[in-house]
Design a protein around this ligand. Structure first.
Ligand code: GLU
Length: 291
C-alpha cells in the first residue's frame, strides 16, 4: 500500500478589509480539515492587489485568526513577495503563444458590446485586442500604454484538452473554462491576477486540498486549465457553504458584515465563537447556504 500523501490546506485571505464571520467560517473549515488529517495548515496573504491591500489588514488577519484559536504551520506567505514566480508562469504562457496584451479600459469594453455575453465572472471580453497585429501591440507596449495580459481561451482550452477535477461534496467536475472567455492573467495595476497567483502558489506550496467557499466553485475550471498548461498538479477541492446574513445575502466586507475585530472589542470569546461556528450555531438570522 502506498503511504498516504500528507494533507496540506491553506487559508488565503486578501487583506482588503477586516475579516468577518464568513472568513472565520472558511478559515475554520480549512484549518480543521488539515488538523483532522494530522496535516499542515498554511496561511497565505493574497496581497498582489496593491491598490486595495492594506498593511494594517495583514496584521488584523493574524490577530483575528489567533483570537479564534487557530494556529498555522510555518511562516505566513505573502503573494507580494513572490512576483517573480508569477512572471515566470506568464512568460511561459506567453512563449507558448497563449497570451495577448489588452489595452482596453472598462469603458472601452462597455462601449464595444451592445449585447454583452455574461460568463460565470461577469461580462465576457469581446476580444477586441486580439485583432491588433503583433507590430501594433508591440508599439503600444513600447510607448508605455498600460496593458493587461489575457489568455487566448479558445486556443488554451484546445491545448488543455478535456479536463476534470474533483470536488469532495459535488463529485467529479468537467472543467468548462471557455465559459469565462479570455480571462486576465496579469492586470494593468497588478502583476498577476488572482487566477494565476492562486494556481501557481497552491502548486508551489504543495497544497493537496483546497478548502474554500462555493463562490469560487466555477473559478476552479480556470485553475484546472492553468494547471494543465503550466504542468502543475491538481489538488482535491472542497467548496464549502457560504454564510448569509439576516438579509439573505452572502456576507461581504462591503455589506458591512460584523468584523471579527468588532466582536472582539465587544468582549466576545473567539475560541467559543469558533466552537459555535463548528457546531453550526450561527447568530440569529445567519445561515450556511450552498450559494
Ligand atoms: N484570496 C481569495 C479571497 O479572499 C481566496 C482565494 C482562494 O481561497 O482560492 O477570496
Amino acid at each position: 500500500m502506498n503511504a498516504a500523501i500528507p494533507v496540506v490546506t491553506r487559508f488565503a485571505p486578501s487583506p482588503t478589509g477586516r475579516l468577518h464571520l464568513g472568513h472565520a467560517y472558511a478559515a475554520i473549515r480549512a484549518h480543521d480539515h488539515a488538523r483532522a488529517a494530522k496535516g499542515t495548515f498554511l496561511l497565505r496573504i493574497e496581497d498582489i492587489d496593491g491598490t486595495r491591500s492594506r498593511e494594517e489588514h495583514v496584521a488584523g488577519i493574524v490577530e483575528d485568526l489567533a483570537w479564534l484559536g487557530l494556529t498555522w504551520d510555518g511562516a505566513v506567505v505573502r503573494q507580494s513577495m513572490r512576483l517573480e514566480r508569477y512572471a515566470d508562469a506568464l512568460a511561459r504562457l506567453r512563449d507558448d503563444g497563449l497570451l495577448y496584451p489588452c489595452f482596453c479600459t472598462r469603458a472601452d469594453i462597455a462601449a464595444s458590446v451592445s449585447a454583452p455575453h455574461h460568463g460565470p465572472d461577469g461580462v465576457i471580453y469581446p476580444g477586441t485586442c486580439r485583432l491588433l497585429g503583433s507590430g501594433q501591440a508591440a508599439a503600444r507596449i513600447a510607448s508605455g500604454t498600460p496593458h493587461a495580459w489575457r489568455l487566448a481561451m479558445d486556443e488554451a482550452a484546445r491545448r488543455g484538452g478535456p479536463l476534470d477535477w474533483i470536488d469532495r461534496a459535488a463529485g467529479r467536475q468537467h472543467a468548462e473554462p471557455l465559459a469565462f472567455g479570455d480571462v486576465v492573467l496579469a492586470r494593468k495595476d497588478a502583476p498577476a491576477s488572482y487566477h494565476l497567483a492562486v494556481t501557481v502558489d497552491d502548486a508551489a506550496q504543495n497544497v493537496t486540498d483546497v478548502v474554500r467557499g462555493r463562490d469560487l466553485f466555477r473559478a476552479t475550471d480556470i485553475h484546472r486549465l492553468l494547471q494543465a498548461l503550466l504542468g502543475l498538479p491538481t489538488p482535491v477541492y472542497h467548496h464549502h457553504q457560504l454564510l448569509t446574513g439576516p438579509d439573505g445575502a452572502r456576507l461581504a466586507k462591503r455589506d458591512g458584515a460584523p468584523a471579527l475585530a468588532d466582536l472582539r472589542a465587544a468582549g466576545r470569546d473567539g475560541v467559543a465563537l469558533a466552537g459555535d461556528l463548528r457546531a453550526g450555531r450561527l447568530p440569529i438570522g445567519f445561515a450556511a447556504r450552498d450559494a
